[in-house]
Design a binder for this molecule. Structure first.
Ligand SMILES: Cc1ncc(COP(=O)(O)O)c(C=O)c1O
Length: 427
């Protein structure tokens, strides 16, 4: 039995006993010749979102017009917050849905630094998502010129050692901000442990949950989290540019003030008072009119996720990644690929990254095969990372085998040489 027939047989068995298999039909897929492994960047379109959007556009907007604000749209943010709260282990009145992850990050980081009097250090890590680091640099540049940003170094390029966090934190640390799951390697922090370390020094912690939400188990309340932000277009399948969310622990809500004093954060926006009076709860983190079309598209997907449950989703995510990793170790590492994700599943989110000096052209070959192979869509992150995102609601074990076989074939046949190094705007 060849190595692939062994793995294909195993994959078929795993697919047949998969408790989540029927969820694949909830997602639009007109192309059986496509393997989509980029749900960690942009989740697939849920079928119920199509009918929901059609109704919102054609009836609620098209016919009912402004009356739909009172009849349908006011309350949508709260309904989404309730579902996201279940997914991240928080209370509904601790979640605000709207704006982008970056804007929410700015609002919370600004507010946190303001209440951390006499503390002037912000700590993050060198592997963090660039937007979070840019926002922090921008805050220092525009508003907190005496603050400085310290970046914890990685010892292996994949993870951050908890001891290195412990030794950098001190009484001057105002804010520690980290991505719970790192965007390149998928390394996952122990949130509870880090929160405790920071709180010992009276530092606040701001988590970026973009690569965690909907894929790994989160318990924001239980783990003592202060603040968090996250996007909804990855594992939450909200669609391109769907609204982000933020979380603020209940007790902190009275202390933290949104620096963007828009009317949707006002206590009574429709009294049209000239003077700003902040809402005293999570609604104060609103600023402007919520994007109803994007929010409407998100609601059906959140229903699917909460119905499926995060525990089975995480269980399958680990099973898919471990299966992929096993084949990679046996077949791909000898072909020149390098594993760039943690090997311990409890320290890994729902994607696996491989490095190869020809990473970009390999990625192109997967997407645009020279033969009649299926098209496989992962994504590429410079300098040479190919990221394979595993979305348990629609990916299968058989797809893992097909992907590994293509990765080996592309190297063996040097198929990647057909492609240029020219990169498109979005990778
Ligand atoms: C970890 C992380 N943080 C922040 C962002 C930026 O999110 P947004 O475009 O919603 O500001 C992304 C985008 O991919 C991300 O992966």
């Amino acid at each position: 039995m060849s190595v692939y027939s062994h793995y294909s047989k195993k994959a078929q068995e795993l697919d047949q006993s998969d408790q989540l298999a029927h969820y694949r039909d909830f997602f639009v897929s007109k192309n059986e010749n496509l393997i989509y492994l980029d749900g960690n960047s942009l989740g697939r379109l849920p079928k119920p979102a199509v009918s929901e959007l059609r109704n919102v556009i054609e009836y609620q907007w098209g016919q009912n017009l402004i009356r739909s604000w009172n009849e349908h749209w006011i309350g949508l943010q709260e309904r989404l917050a309730e579902k996201i709260a279940q997914i991240v282990g928080a209370q509904a009145d601790e979640i605000f849905v709207g704006d982008s992850t970056s804007v929410n990050f700015f609002k919370l980081a600004f507010a946190a630094l303001k209440i951390q009097q006499n503390k002037s250090v912000i700590v993050s890590d060198e592997l963090n998502f660039p937007s979070d680091l840019y926002l922090t640099q921008g805050l220092i540049n525009t508003s907190y010129p005496d603050h400085k940003l310290l970046l914890i170094k990685s010892r292996d390029g994949i993870s951050i050692d908890t001891h290195d966090i412990e030794s950098i934190l001190d009484e001057k640390t105002a804010l520690l901000t980290l991505s719970h799951v790192l965007y390149r390697s998928a390394f996952m922090y122990d949130m509870e442990k880090i929160n405790a370390l920071a709180h010992k020094r009276k530092a606040l912690v701001l988590w970026d949950l973009s690569h965690s939400t909907g894929a790994v188990r989160l318990q924001l309340n239980e783990s003592g989290a202060d603040m968090a932000v996250g996007c909804t277009y990855k594992y939450l399948n909200g669609g391109p540019g769907s609204p982000a969310f933020l979380f603020v622990r209940k007790e902190l809500q009275k202390e933290l003030q949104n620096p963007v004093w828009g009317w949707f954060g006002h206590q009574k926006p429709f009294d049209f008072e000239s003077v700003y009076v902040s809402n005293q709860d999570i609604k104060s983190f609103g600023a402007g009119t919520p994007p109803i079309l994007s929010m409407a598209a998100l609601e059906p997907s959140l229903k699917i996720i909460t119905e499926a449950g995060i525990a089975p989703i995480r269980h399958k995510s680990v099973a898919l990644s471990e299966f992929f990793k096993k084949m990679t170790t046996e077949i791909l590492l000898p072909s020149g690929y390098v594993m760039a994700s943690p090997s311990n599943p409890s320290e890994r989110g729902s994607h696996v990254s491989l490095r190869h000096p020809e990473g970009f052209r390999i990625c192109k070959s997967l997407i645009e095969p020279a033969n009649d192979s299926k098209s496989i869509i992962p994504d590429f992150r410079p300098p040479d990372y190919i990221r394979f995102g595993f979305a348990p609601l629609y990916n299968t074990f058989t797809e893992m085998v097909e992907t590994v076989a293509r990765l080996e074939q592309i190297i063996k046949t040097e198929e990647f040489k057909r492609h240029s190094e020219q990169k498109p705007v979005v990778t």
